[in-house]
Design a protein around this ligand. Sequence first.
Ligand code: M6R
Length: 609
Amino acid sequence: MCGIVGYIGPEQASPFLIEGLSKLEYRGYDSAGIAVFDGNEVHNKKSVGRLGILKKKLEQSPLEGHIGIGHTRWATHGRPSDVNSHPHTDCTGNFVVVHNGIIENYMHLKERLISKGHVFTSETDSEVVAHLVEEYYEGDFEAAVKKVLSEITGSYALVFMTKHEPEKLICTKQDNPLVIGLGQGENFIASDIPAIIQRTRKTYILSDGEMAVVTKDSVWVTNRQGVPVNKKVFEVNWDAEAAEKGGYEHFMSKEIYEQPKAIRETMSSRLATNNSKIIFDELKWNREEVAAIRKVVIVACGTAYHAGIVGKYYIESMARIPVEVDVASEFRYRQPLVDEHTLAIFVSQSGETLDTLAAMKEAKRLGAKTLAVTNVVGSSISREADNTILTWAGPEIAVASTKAYTTQLVSMAMLSIYIAGLKGTLSEERTHELIAGLRNLPGQVHEMLEDVEEIKTFAQQYGFNEDVFFIGRSLDYAVALEGSLKLKEISYIHAEAYAAGELKHGTLALIIEGVPVIALATQHDVYEKTLSNIKEVKARDAVVIGVAMQGDDEIKKYVDHTIFIPKVDKFLAPILAVIPLQLLAYYAAVTRGCDVDKPRNLAKSVTVE
Ligand code: M6R
């Protein structure tokens, strides 16, 4: 996965390319590069490492010109290195390309091109594309690109530039995102909106198979058959600041603090004013349709998968439909038992995670009714799905997902109440209670975020431990999984989550004096059992931090410290209980001096298998 940008217009291209790439670093940041045409030649400058290194190189020897393309990379084929960085060029250096995705048949194409005399400099799959354009160019850039597209297979977003026709950029996409920003006498291309929002709010969002020829004054879009496509302008209505850090030290802390707003917006207009039902205009399912659902599968990756586990508890208890939850990379290869009576739900913040997208395609092929729960309008997963529930969290930039997770939980809760309403499995009174509970969440999260000093202290105190364990039962176990992932990914502390009752089957052997155990105890129906498990770890001299509901004085007798969350319905407790765990991970990472927003080896959106 990578970020790509392009500029054509009256201004110098480099400043936009660099500014745009800095907004796309969440897509990958192991190397970066730009290519600019100066009126005579195409000049290419690229470098392994963060964008800052490229910037320094450009300060020393700037690239001048009014048309250019750029790339920020997350390595797939070929390790991060200067030569493997994009843009890639053909043998002559006259054709340049930036690519996000994977060209699956590149080996075969590369061998063929080498046998024809082409000389490759990188180990990447992407370079093959530049040589192919060189091979096919006979005075018509568009025709050459079309020929290339008919040969390559795999996933891609591509932007092409050539010195032979320097008045245009050509871009296209398949299974990877690409937007075109429409300016006045200038146009922009990018993988995602934050890269162009400072320059324009008018965009075309390209669909799979579409190709655009972009000049400074025009954008000409055609489909795979070469038929012109009449694109609708998509007006971006986020404020520019929404994509910026807005005063916080890190995007992650900003996004943690945005949760009250994100949750409120995700619920807005979906809760009936009298709390009697959930309104999903985007679904409009009827009783018959819902009655036909015999099974639900929830498929996702990482944090979104953890939201899916909470979704299973919700749907099974409220709507009484059996639910399976699977990680996307497993689901698609296990010959899933899915048919037209299955509702398959795909949860994805970005809507671009390749495994999730591929799993969705598989579920569709098997006849399932598909539903996307995603944060990105027009994303691949949302376009592929029969229906979409959008989480309205706004752009999430930090690699560690926070506001996307809580809005996914809220969406799963609303969906469960909605389905239960159509199935008649939830009493009016219970529906009312749950919806009233949902309404209170933004205020409660806000209240929790007002005083974080104690959590900060715990993080400083325990942030240098090698191992941390998270335990809980039922919904608390689902939250424990997310708490542990958060801690691992940004602070690099070894963290494991266990169903509290499972510890004694092996893992208890790891609990020795001083090992921190975060014990979630918000679920009253399993509360006593959880206390027993807390006693088990205390008996091995673990240091226990309990997470419990306000008013629970009992727990204090058994733990070393307690973090209280506001009193809430047990179903909604995960949405509050995860907040201190996010903060704990955040402050532990800060204490350890980690790169909070860009943890090592990770990227925000994983668009490769
Ligand atoms: O965009 P998606 O929700 O599909 O992404 C799925 C995971 O890659 C993502 O949740 C990942 O686990 C996060 N880094 C966790 O914080």
